[in-house]
Ligand binder design. Structure first.
Ligand SMILES: Nc1nc2c(ncn2[C@@H]2O[C@H](COP(=O)(O)OP(=O)(O)O)[C@@H](O)[C@H]2O)c(=O)[nH]1
Ligand SMILES: [Mg+2]
Length: 445
């Protein structure tokens, strides 16, 4: 009987998760921006922000295995990795933390007292007999390790120290005497953030004779630890637990699967939260970049119009703040002022009222104000960005430069997910082929 628990949970066998798709989109957008030759400080700022967010999304989840002495931590780590990949017998008594992460090929490193990593699985080395190491680092070419990493810890009186930067804590306990007073005390010291995604793993399932006994133990553990863990799992974690030690070096496949299911449930909620956070930051970041974009490229002769726009819109925002204008009145007044300035910047872009053209000042001011748009200051920032689009369409600008600018804008607009007034206005302006207005980039492209 062979089993391969880690492989069952590789990304390849699962549909691409939302966070992976989104990270891919961010990467594509970032590369698009990097390949442009637009000289604008908003772009590099946006690129480095996107880089950080991508890293945040792709960072492997940190699993930290904790528990008292001999509770099965190293065996559980081996069970998670499967295939007998972890030299459990070698690591059993190291007394130092063992980190397992992804590597192109299997490798074993000792981390010395200065934090320097020394490869110790070479032909001439004598691994692990040198106790000068403060930690062991193992690299394995498992796909699962591209999105997760594990820290197997020695028993300690201060487990919270290891949990400090953990995403998921796996607390191991021997099922036959599980959840002792001392465990309760150690666990109480754990930050609530950690408890939220922690998994209680009761080892030595093989000590029980029947399924009923197992169920009873699980029920009892659930009751005793209610609210302290995300999940409780009961497993046989070690080779000695298996009737056939040669075939099943790390417990049973069912237990490995149950363990992975519990980990993925916790991981899923962490990933989902990270994704929402990343999307929010990206929207804010790209919106800001869009607002800054083109600040330096505005046609010199339009400076006066921008001064006028700021004065008009300031007065509207002040009026709203002072309570003289309702939010709806303020938004409409901004659109009206925008139409006036846009028309001066690029005659014909906003047609006079009554014309058969798609866009005119009146339709703009009367248009249904997007319900997502409840902040006049944010609308002003978006409208300013559109005015800059009109004002940079300069006769001094080469078609190539213009093309690059538009590509940058298109990318920023898509990232900002601007299903707001900016997109509407962009659509209106593009619907005006006769005026020679700059084509506002197609957002969906
Ligand atoms: N029968 C049985 N033995 C186990 C189980 N888990 C761990 N052990 C044994 O318990 C001892 C301690 O396990 P280990 O993983 O080294 O614990 P650690 O000190 O917490 O890392 C070893 O001899 C393991 O083989 C299990 O589920 N069933
Ligand atoms: Mg151990």
């Amino acid at each position: 009987m062979t089993h391969d628990p880690a492989e069952k949970y590789t990304p390849a066998r699962h549909p691409t998760a939302d966070w992976q798709r989104y990270a891919g989109q961010l990467r594509a957008a970032r590369e698009r921006l990097q390949n442009l030759t637009v000289d604008d400080p908003a772009i590099p700022a946006c690129i480095s922000g996107l880089n950080r967010i991508e890293d945040m999304l792709r960072r492997p989840l940190r699993l930290v295995v904790l528990g008292e002495y001999n509770s099965g931590k190293t065996s559980v780590t081996g069970l998670i990795l499967g295939k007998g990949l972890l030299p459990v017998h070698v690591l059993s008594n190291t007394g130092i933390p063992v980190h397992i992460g992804h590597g192109a090929e299997p490798a074993l490193y000792g981390i010395d007292q200065n934090g320097i990593s020394i490869r110790i699985d070479g032909a001439d080395d004598d691994p692990l007999t040198d106790l000068a190491y403060q930690a062991i680092d193992i690299r394995l070419p498992l796909p699962w390790l591209q999105t997760h990493q594990i820290l197997d810890t020695p028993a300690t009186m201060t487990p919270a120290l290891y949990a400090a930067d953990a995403d998921i804590v796996l607390w191991c306990t021997v099922a036959t005497r599980a959840w002792t007073e001392s465990e309760r005390n150690l666990w109480r010291a754990m930050p609530p953030r950690v408890q939220k995604h922690a998994i209680l793993i009761a080892t030595h399932k093989d000590s029980f004779y029947s399924d009923e006994d197992c169920d009873q133990v699980l029920r009892r553990l659930h009751d005793m630890t209610s609210g302290l863990f995300h999940r409780v799992v009961l497993v046989s974690a070690s080779a000695s637990a298996s009737p056939n030690t040669e075939d099943a070096p790390d417990g049973t496949p069912d237990d490995a699967q149950a363990l992975h299911a519990a980990i993925e449930a916790a991981a899923g909620s962490i990933r989902a939260r990270r994704l929402v956070k990343a999307q929010r930051i990206v929207q804010r970041l790209s919106r800001l970049a869009l607002h800054e974009f083109g600040r330096n490229a505005v046609r010199p002769d339009s400076a006066r119009l921008f001064t006028h726009w700021y004065a008009l819109s300031d007065r509207i925002l002040d009026g709203h703040r002072a309570g003289h204008l309702t939010i709806d009145q303020a938004l409409r007044a901004l659109l009206g002022a925008f139409a006036q300035i846009a028309e001066s910047l690029q005659p014909g872009v906003i047609a006079p009222a009554g014309s058969s053209s798609h866009v005119n000042g009146q339709t703009l001011a009367a248009s249904r104000v997007d319900s997502a748009f409840t902040n006049p200051a944010a609308l002003r920032a978006d409208l300013t960005a559109v005015l800059r689009m009109l004002a940079t369409a300069s006769r001094y600008e080469s078609p190539q430069t213009r093309e690059q600018r538009e590509a940058a804008r298109a990318t920023l607009i898509a990232l900002a997910d601007l299903d707001t007034i900016l997109k509407h206005i962009g659509d209106w302006l593009t619907a005006q082929p006769a005026t020679g207005a700059p084509r506002t980039p197609n957002v969906s492209a």
